[in-house]
Design a binder for this molecule. Structure first.
Ligand code: ARG
Length: 245
């Protein structure tokens, strides 16, 4: 009897701690992101540790329209879907491309941005002029990204990093032949690294979506409603002007 009482008490305590630990309440909406993807999400601002960017502003408006406060959780890109399905975050805003594989485990909003992959090489490299030239090259990518998945279809030599920034460092140190990354962040890395250049190849278009756990229709509908209103009231275009070059 005594033992089971103690058991019950600690069970109760554990669930209180669990609830407190995940920091969720009804008036908070938790967005998960990987803030290494400028201009969509990056760490910056006056304090130097604020998470900012295009996706973060979309997320803020989504929370506002839902009458909630936004909380941002920064994590590795390849942990986002796991965190979402574990209930640690309510939705993902992370420049995530809508793919059939991901659609098997999450529901996506209507597409909100069109992108493509871009190749970055050192300026003296003239060996890549077509997708065919990627065959057998040593490619650096971000772990779990569409660039990662595509690179493996061209080459066996693919090194995946937790951030695109590390992939770019590897290229600058001549440890890889190229970086394959989404166009906007690739261009933002290019602006900071004059020793690099981009090569535009004939890659398919990709479409970014915000992701919710499967079956969370109410949240998905409110996300889509915010996207629709931001597109019609000019707020979306204002963000494009603010964040894209
Ligand atoms: N669009 C690519 C994908 O879905 C890369 C996204 C990376 N996003 C990020 N926040 N690091 O795989």
């Amino acid at each position: 009897m005594k033992q089971s009482m103690t058991g019950l008490v600690s069970l109760g305590l554990a669930s209180v701690l669990l609830l407190a630990g995940c920091g969720k309440s009804d008036d908070v909406l938790v967005v998960g992101t990987n803030a290494t993807f400028p201009p969509f999400e990056y760490v910056g601002g006056a304090s130097g540790d604020e998470i900012q960017g295009f996706d973060i502003e979309l997320a803020k408006q989504i929370a506002k329209d839902a009458g909630k406060t936004l909380k941002v959780e920064n994590m590795n890109f390849d942990s986002l879907i796991v965190a979402l399905n574990a209930g640690k975050i309510d939705f993902i805003a992370s420049g995530m491309t809508i793919t059939p594989e991901r659609q098997a485990s999450v529901d996506f909003s209507t597409p909100y941005y069109e992108a493509t992959q871009l190749v970055l090489v050192n300026k003296d490299n003239t060996s890549i002029n077509s997708i065919d030239d990627l065959k057998g090259k040593h490619i650096a990518v971000q772990l779990g990204s569409t660039g990662d998945i595509m690179a493996k279809t061209y080459s066996q030599k693919v090194t995946a990093f937790n951030t695109g920034f590390e992939a770019v460092m590897e290229l600058k140190n001549n440890k890889v032949d190229l970086v394959l990354f989404d166009s906007e962040p690739a261009m933002s890395f290019l602006n900071k690294n004059p020793q690099l250049k981009m090569v535009e190849l004939d890659f398919d278009a990709e479409f970014y979506g915000l992701a919710v756990p499967k079956g969370k229709t109410e949240l998905l509908n409110s996300i889509n409603a915010t996207l629709t209103s931001m597109k019609s009231n000019g707020a979306y275009d204002a963000l494009v002007t603010k964040y894209m070059k």
